[in-house]
Ligand binder design. Structure first.
Ligand SMILES: *Cc1c(COP(=O)(O)O)cnc(C)c1O
Length: 402
């Protein structure tokens, strides 16, 4: 496997993001294939026994086993690292494998984590259920309240963990201010950037130490595979994360890595078009429902902050109807084009009722506190002509009595 002459890190890291998304990390086999090769192999062979020994000793470059290295997966890792502006990246089987590894690899019994209240349901399960079971203390704060992060700090605080925009309330965390507080406390800031992707938001430039992804969402972008990634410093990836992932095995399959590599080629295009479509659909829906949370519209209480740290509002937003679960379900059932689906980051427009799906596992009190009410719906705006999506909502809203 080799890079095109002159395309080492010193050159590729200076490429602009859209170029990196198409070409970053590409290495070619002896056949000189244009598109990235897919290496479906679990193991590797050696010419001589001494080569095997040298590779295991770390004295010879090369692959040993696909839980440790795979050429297709490494291309994806290099591409995401470059896109993120990170020194290194490790791909994972899913977004949740990425979040779990990013937290567990650096926390021990007796440590303390501060996390944001509004979060993906499984991320809240990690902070509320899994970590405490291993003696890791957690404090949950309203991520929008920057002072609350400062107040939550304890002498044993090791990690701050948040996503922004947050699923599904679209709360915005002031990335720079909260990362500064983490660093003043001697803690590390882990940011889940799944909703924005490096196209819209670059947390490392605002002080994040580690950026973790569900690549299942916008990075694949076409609803095909599950994937995740953790990006950070060389030191963190090599010394802290690698030991954890190599020995616990939440690896990304080469096939899924290849699919995400193809997805990344169009990430910049898709992201920008889906944001434009989302503004149109949200502007229409805003006039028909009591309340809507879209960081890309001035009606969002944190619109200014969102636009300071993001290039656009993203493809996802949530809205509320007054008639609780019955009216929310009636609206979903009346949709003819938009699918009822709990996935996001797809090129198709998809809508779900978080209280009965993605956030059903949380207690009603936690849901209420997060703002996930019975009348809330979350929408991912896809790549369809937005006028068709608007027309579908127009008829479905009428059927649901809105
Ligand atoms: C989907 C999602 C995850 C989990 O990712 P999977 O790939 O489904 O495991 C984590 N965080 C956020 C913000 C997500 O949207």
């Amino acid at each position: 496997m080799k890079r095109k002459t002159g395309q080492d890190r010193s050159v590729t890291r200076n490429w602009r993001p859209a170029t990196i998304a198409v070409r970053g990390g590409t290495a070619r086999s002896e056949w000189g294939e244009t598109s990235e090769a897919l290496f479906l192999t679990s193991g590797y062979t050696y010419d001589k026994a001494a080569d095997a020994a040298a590779r295991f000793a770390g004295e010879q470059k090369g692959m040993t086993y696909s839980r440790l290295q795979n050429p297709t997966v490494e291309m994806l890792e290099e591409r995401i690292a470059l896109m993120e502006g990170a020194e290194a990246c490790r791909a994972m089987a899913t977004g949740m494998a990425a979040m779990t590894a990013a937290l567990l690899c650096q926390l021990s019994a007796g440590d303390h984590l501060v996390g944001a209240r509004a979060a993906f349901g499984s991320c809240r399960w990690l902070t509320d259920t899994l970590l405490p079971r291993f003696g890791i203390e957690t404090t949950i704060v309203d991520g929008r309240d920057t002072d609350a992060w400062k107040r939550a700090v304890k002498p044993n605080t090791k990690v701050f963990f948040f996503e922004t925009p947050a699923n599904p309330t679209m709360d915005i965390v002031d990335v720079r201010a909260v990362c500064d507080i983490a660093h003043d406390a001697g803690a590390v800031a882990v940011v889940d950037n799944a909703f924005a992707t490096p196209v819209l938001q670059r947390p490392m430039e605002m002080g994040a130490d580690i950026v973790a992804y569900s690549a299942t969402k916008m990075m694949d972008g076409q609803g095909r595979v599950l994937a995740g990634a953790v990006a950070g410093s060389e030191e963190f990836i090599e010394k802290t994360l690698l030991a954890f992932t190599r020995n616990t095995g939440p690896n990304l399959s080469p096939f899924n890595a290849w699919v995400v590599l193809k997805g990344l080629e169009t990430l910049d295009l898709r992201m920008r078009r889906q944001c434009e479509n989302a503004v149109k659909v949200a502007s229409f829906l805003e006039s028909r429902v009591p309340r809507l949370n879209y960081p890309g519209l001035p009606s969002h209480p944190q619109h200014e902050l969102a636009m300071r740290q993001m290039e656009a509002g993203g493809p996802i937003f949530s809205l509320y109807v007054d008639g609780g679960r019955a009216q929310a379900h009636a609206l979903l059932d009346a949709l003819e084009l938009v699918d009822i689906s709990n996935n996001i980051g797809d090129s198709r427009s998809l809508m779900t009722h978080p209280a009965s799906t993605t956030h059903a596992g949380l207690s009603p009190e936690v849901r209420e506190e997060m703002g996930v009410t019975e009348g809330m719906l979350r929408l991912n705006v896809g790549l369809e002509d937005p006028e068709d999506v608007i027309a579908d909502f127009d008829q479905a809203l009428a059927k649901a009595g809105l």
